[in-house]
Ligand binder design. Structure first.
Ligand SMILES: *Cc1c(COP(=O)(O)O)cnc(C)c1O
Length: 646
């Protein structure tokens, strides 16, 4: 194992390479949804709608803009235009389906705040959403406060899910007086007495909905939210009980909405149709029971095609947005045909699909570890151990025919030699020589296999096990928690250098020094791979990567592992002429910030060290000038970024 190869040896004469080949290799046109591509200079671009056409900006220009403003890597880049574009697409897609199929009611989306609670995001959604009557979904009191502050009363619905205490209920009921269209969704029968009491006390009649537990089970990672054992929603027995209670209190006319949520990232359109169909049966039944109804809320689940495969794999979806909207509308129309129930106002709570595209995590590479043999052919001294000599013989016999046998022999001898070392029977230098010979053998095998037309079985993980480790200036735990927690796959690609062939393969490690702080699942030409094609790292030259589609769920699920804090954030708006403005800049956490999150007092830390240093001066171990320099370094670090600073 060698550190940072200064002169990368993999390919001596890189072949001609075009940005189009890179685009193909990384599948950017499959997962980029038309927003991301690579330009003729080999830089990744983001392209946004502008005056009916599109305008593209290079991410390298945006990175330069960030640096000119003192925003170092790692940084989260938010593109307001993409948030706007996704909200427009969602509303326009439903609008078209409603018109084309002759549906007799409107569509209104609500954005579930939990998917990205950041102020800049909510502000933009509220601003753009006002055009379409796009509202907000709240799962807690804190989120309700956000919704009441950012929505205008007559624009968009507020859907309150989750457990509600008296304060929550009082606040939501009072908001109705201002004209807010704020629904309580009853998740359990125990919430009703609270609402009855508050409604009587405040003389406000509530807007009520109920969340139903559907029997339909869905595919995908989040299928636990579906099925009759899901933890949320009312059972049929509870629904009947609730309807009776509402009738008894003369509030059945307040029951207007039916809600369900099958879970996030539903990969298969069949499951979406199944859910809608079942929900319609409940809707009609509630209407027949005498509830007013009028609103059907399908929850979230609209998927994002992270791997670009357009399949029903967990990281993809086998349907387009237009298919989603027209299938939903068509299913409702079919289900209600033959009843006298009017088409309900349709609500969806799409979070992931609304915000995923709008954020990109950018980071630079700090260092590389290569698993490469030394340049020179290994020389085995005559007195060396027999097993090392045997291993060396394997090296001279590598060919396409013998590859498999050589590979097995090499692994066998290396294991034996490692054993000898563990028992103290050979020296470190012999072991090191053996490891080097081993690397020569496997790289030679890799070279002959690359020439072979068909790679024989048994070498599947050879390439992966030889992949370099590229150390990135970021924390998986802070910025990509789902990569660690649920093996989520995000598209990752170098932001520049796509006029050069990416001749190496690597996995990415973060700077937390945690063995889980790595990314080793990547998207390549539509498939998943355990390593990523990368360019040789050249020391002293910046090399930037982007992790795409990270706008949903990543920002506040992240934690302070190793006290790596929030990254810098820049919100950018691209103008129609292709210029851009930095709408917002937010500095990430300083070290003092993260220390105070875990209850340290930065001033007190400084004071404690000052005392130690003072004592050292008294003991004449350091000079006063040295004491001063040390304390100044400490203070500067407190103010500094938690990530690697240049
Ligand atoms: C999380 C959640 C959503 C968002 O789902 P997405 O798949 O992100 O669209 C919607 N509704 C409820 C009730 C949720 O809990």
């Amino acid at each position: 194992m060698q550190k940072a190869a200064k002169k990368p040896r993999a390919v001596v004469n890189p072949v001609e390479w075009t940005p189009a080949e890179s685009a193909e290799l990384y599948g950017i046109r499959n997962w980029g949804a038309g927003y991301f591509d690579i330009d003729e200079h080999g830089n990744v671009t983001v392209s946004v709608p502008a005056n009916g056409a599109r305008v593209a900006v290079s991410l390298m220009d945006l990175i330069a803009g960030m640096q000119q403003r003192g925003l170092q890597m790692p940084a989260l880049l938010r593109l307001d235009n993409l948030l706007e574009a996704q909200i427009a697409l969602l509303n326009e897609s439903f609008g078209r389906a409603i018109q084309a199929l002759g549906y007799k009611a409107e569509y209104h989306g609500v954005f579930p705040i939990k998917v990205n609670q950041q102020c800049a995001v909510i502000e933009e959604i509220a601003r753009v959403g006002a055009r379409y009557g796009h509202g907000l979904e709240c799962g807690s009191k804190a989120e309700l406060l956000i919704a009441l502050a950012y929505l205008e009363p007559d624009k968009g619905y507020i859907i309150c899910n989750g457990y509600k205490d008296e304060e929550f209920v009082d606040l939501a009921l009072q908001s109705l007086r201002l004209g807010f269209k704020c629904f309580f969704v009853l998740e359990t029968p125990t919430e009703l007495p609270l609402i009855l009491e508050a409604s009587r006390r405040l003389s406000v009649r509530p807007m009520l909905g109920i969340r139903v537990k559907l029997a339909a089970k869905v595919e995908g990672h989040w299928n636990e939210s579906s099925g009759d054992r899901s933890i949320f929603g009312l059972t049929t027995a509870q629904i009947v009980e609730l309807v009776d209670a509402l009738r008894e209190h003369e509030l059945l006319d307040c029951l207007q909405l039916l809600h369900y949520h099958l879970g996030s990232q539903i990969p298969n359109i069949r499951d979406i149709r199944g859910g809608v169909l079942e929900a319609c049966r409940y809707y009609v039944s509630l209407k027949q029971e005498g509830a007013t109804m009028g609103f059907l809320d399908l929850g979230g689940g609209l998927g994002v095609d992270y791997d670009g495969s357009q399949t029903n794999s967990n990281h993809s979806k086998n349907y387009s947005l237009d298919e989603y909207s027209s299938d939903v509308i068509e299913t409702i129309m079919t289900a209600l045909a033959g009843t006298d129930v009017a088409h309900p106002v349709l609500i969806t709570e799409s979070g992931r699909a609304t915000v995923a595209y709008s954020s990109i995590l950018l980071f630079n590479i700090l260092d590389v570890t290569s698993y490469e043999p030394g340049e020179a052919a290994p020389v085995v001294p005559a007195e060396e151990h027999e097993l090392v000599k045997n291993l060396h013989e394997v090296l001279s016999g590598v060919s396409i025919k013998t590859a498999k046998e050589c590979y097995n022999d090499a692994i066998h001898y290396r294991e034996e030699i490692r054993d000898l070392f563990r028992r103290g029977q050979i020296r470190l230098r012999s072991l090191s020589l053996a490891e080097n010979i081993f690397l020569h053998i496997v790289w030679d095998i890799l070279a002959v296999l690359q020439k072979a037309k068909r790679v024989p079985a048994g070498f599947d993980d050879l390439e992966e096990s030889l992949a370099d480790i590229y150390y990135g200036n970021f924390s998986v735990f802070q910025s990509l928690p789902d990569v660690w927690a649920i093996e989520q796959v995000f598209p990752i690609i170098p932001v520049h250098r796509h006029t050069e062939q990416p001749t190496r393969r690597a996995i990415l490690a973060d700077i937390t020094c945690d063995s889980d702080g790595k990314v080793d699942r990547f998207i390549e030409s539509g498939g998943l791979r355990r390593s990523l094609p990368v360019h040789p790292f050249v020391e002293g030259q910046p090399y930037y990567f982007g992790v795409f589609l990270v706008g949903a769920y990543q920002e506040t699920l992240g934690d302070l592992h190793n006290l790596m804090g929030d990254t810098n954030v820049a919100s950018v708006r691209i103008r129609d002429d292709g210029s851009f403005e930095f709408a917002r800049e937010m500095s990430g956490d300083s070290i003092a910030d993260v220390l105070s999150y875990v209850e340290y007092q930065p001033q007190q830390l400084l004071e404690q060290l000052r005392r130690t240093a003072e004592q050292a001066v008294r003991d004449e171990r350091i000079t006063l000038a040295q004491r001063q320099a040390l304390l100044e370094s400490f203070s500067a670090s407190l103010r500094g970024y938690t990530y690697y600073e240049d």
